[in-house]
Design a protein around this ligand. Structure first.
Ligand SMILES: Nc1nc2c(ncn2[C@@H]2O[C@H](COP(=O)(O)OP(=O)(O)O)[C@@H](O)[C@H]2O)c(=O)[nH]1
Ligand SMILES: [Mg+2]
Length: 325
C-alpha cells in the first residue's frame, strides 16, 4: 500500500502487529528515508517499545557476521522466538547492493513468518543511521519480534554508534586477519560484551583467543563491571552457536541483575532523542535565508572579519528569532 496520509499510519502499524511482512517492510522504508510521517509512526509504535532483546553483531567485512546471524536466527527460531534482523550498511547509499550476499545467505528464513530480515542504509536520514536504526528496531518490536539482531560492519565511528544501540554487542574476529589490532584501532574493543572468535577452524585461532584474553586482562575494570566473554565459533559448520547464545544470556542476566539494562536503554533513548533533535536543527540551519545563513557567516569567518564562535552565536540567535516569530 502507498502511505500518503497520516491516517494510514495506524492501519499500517496494525498490519505490522498482525505480522504482515509487507507492512513491516513499508514502515522500515519510511524510517530509512526519514519520511515526514515518521513522528506519527514513532507515536503509533511507542506502546510496543522496549520489549525485544537487541543483539548487535559487528566486525570487519568477511569475518562471518551474516553467517553467524543466520545460524543465530535458526537457533532462536528453534526455541520458538520471533526474530528480526537488520543488516546495516553505512557505506551503501541504497538498500540492497552491497549486502546482496546476506540476502542469499539468509534465504532459508525468507518464507518463515516468524522472521523479518531487512537491510538498511542511511539514505539521507536526518541524523543518519544513529537515528534510523533505533526506529527500525521499534518497527520490529512492534511486529512482535522477541529478539532483534543488528549486523553492522565494524570499521568506523558510525558502526560503533550503531553497535552500541544493542543490549548486548558481539564483536566478531577471525584468526590471521590482524583483527585484534584493528578492533583496538576502530574502538570496537570497548563496546564488546562478547568476543566471538569465528573461523576457529583456521590456523591461529588459539593465538587470537590469547590476544583478546590478554587485552581483556589489561582493561581497566571496576569490581561491578562486566568482563567480556570470549567464545569460539565455526559459524559455517555451524559450531559454537549455542555457546554464543549462552554468553548472550549470561550477559543479559548480568545486565538485569545490575540494573544496567535500564541504564543502557535510557542512554540509548537519550542518544536517539539527541540525534533526532540535531537532525531537526541541521535542517533548520540549512533552511535559513542566504543573507543570514551559514554560507554568509562562513565567508566572514574565512576572511577573518568574524570569529567562528561569534558566527555560531549569530546562527543560533537567528534560529531563536525565527522560532519566536
Ligand atoms: N572457514 C570458515 N569460513 C567461514 C566461517 N564463517 C563464515 N565463513 C565464510 O566467510 C565468508 C564471509 O562470511 P560472511 O558471513 O558473509 O561475513 P560478513 O561479511 O562478516 O557478514 C563466507 O564465504 C562464509 O562462508 C567459519 O567459521 N569458517
Ligand atoms: Mg555480512
Amino acid at each position: 500500500m502507498t502511505v500518503r496520509r497520516g491516517r494510514d499510519v495506524p492501519l499500517l502499524v496494525a498490519r505490522a502487529r498482525d505480522g504482515d511482512a509487507r507492512a513491516v517492510a513499508r514502515l522500515i522504508t519510511l524510517v530509512e528515508s526519514g519520511d515526514e510521517l515518521l513522528p506519527q509512526v514513532a507515536a503509533a509504535l511507542a506502546p510496543y517499545t522496549g520489549r525485544a532483546q537487541v543483539i548487535g553483531l559487528t566486525g570487519a567485512p568477511g569475518v562471518g557476521k551474516s553467517t553467524t546471524t543466520n545460524e543465530l536466527v535458526r537457533s532462536l527460531r528453534a526455541e520458538g522466538r520471533r526474530v528480526g534482523v537488520l543488516a546495516v550498511d553505512p557505506s551503501s547509499p541504497f538498500t540492497g547492493g552491497a549486502i546482496l550476499g546476506d540476502r542469499v545467505r539468509m534465504q532459508e528464513h525468507a518464507t518463515d513468518p516468524g522472521v523479518f530480515i531487512r537491510s538498511m542504509s542511511s539514505r539521507g536520514h536526518l541524523g543518519g543511521l544513529a537515528a534510523a536504526t533505533p526506529q527500525a528496531v521499534r518497527v520490529l518490536e512492534g511486529a512482535g519480534c522477541d529478539v532483534v539482531l543488528v549486523e553492522t560492519v565494524g570499521v568506523g565511528q558510525a558502526e560503533v554508534e550503531v553497535a552500541s544501540l544493542a543490549d548486548t554487542t558481539l564483536v566478531l574476529l577471525a584468526p590471521g586477519m590482524g583483527d585484534a589490532i584493528q578492533a583496538v584501532k576502530a574502538g570496537i574493543l570497548e563496546i564488546a560484551d562478547v568476543f566471538v572468535i569465528n573461523k576457529a577452524d583456521r590456523d591461529g585461532a588459539d593465538a587470537t583467543v590469547r590476544d583478546i584474553q590478554g587485552m581483556i586482562a589489561l582493561g581497566e575494570r571496576g569490581p561491578g563491571q562486566w568482563r567480556p566473554q570470549v567464545v569460539r565459533a565455526v559459524a559455517a559448520r555451524p559450531e559454537g552457536i549455542d555457546d554464543i547464545l549462552g554468553a548472550v544470556e549470561r550477559h543479559r542476566a548480568w545486565l538485569v541483575e545490575h540494573d544496567e539494562l535500564r541504564r543502557r536503554r535510557e542512554a540509548r533513548a537519550a542518544a536517539e532523542v539527541e540525534a533526532i533533535a540535531l537532525g531537526v536543527l541541521r535542517a533548520r540551519i540549512g533552511s535559513l535565508h542566504a543573507g543570514t545563513g551559514l554560507a554568509t557567516l562562513a565567508a566572514k569567518v574565512a576572511d577573518g572579519s568574524l570569529d567562528p564562535y561569534a558566527a555560531a552565536g549569530d546562527l543560533l540567535a537567528e534560529l531563536d528569532q525565527r522560532a519566536a516569530g
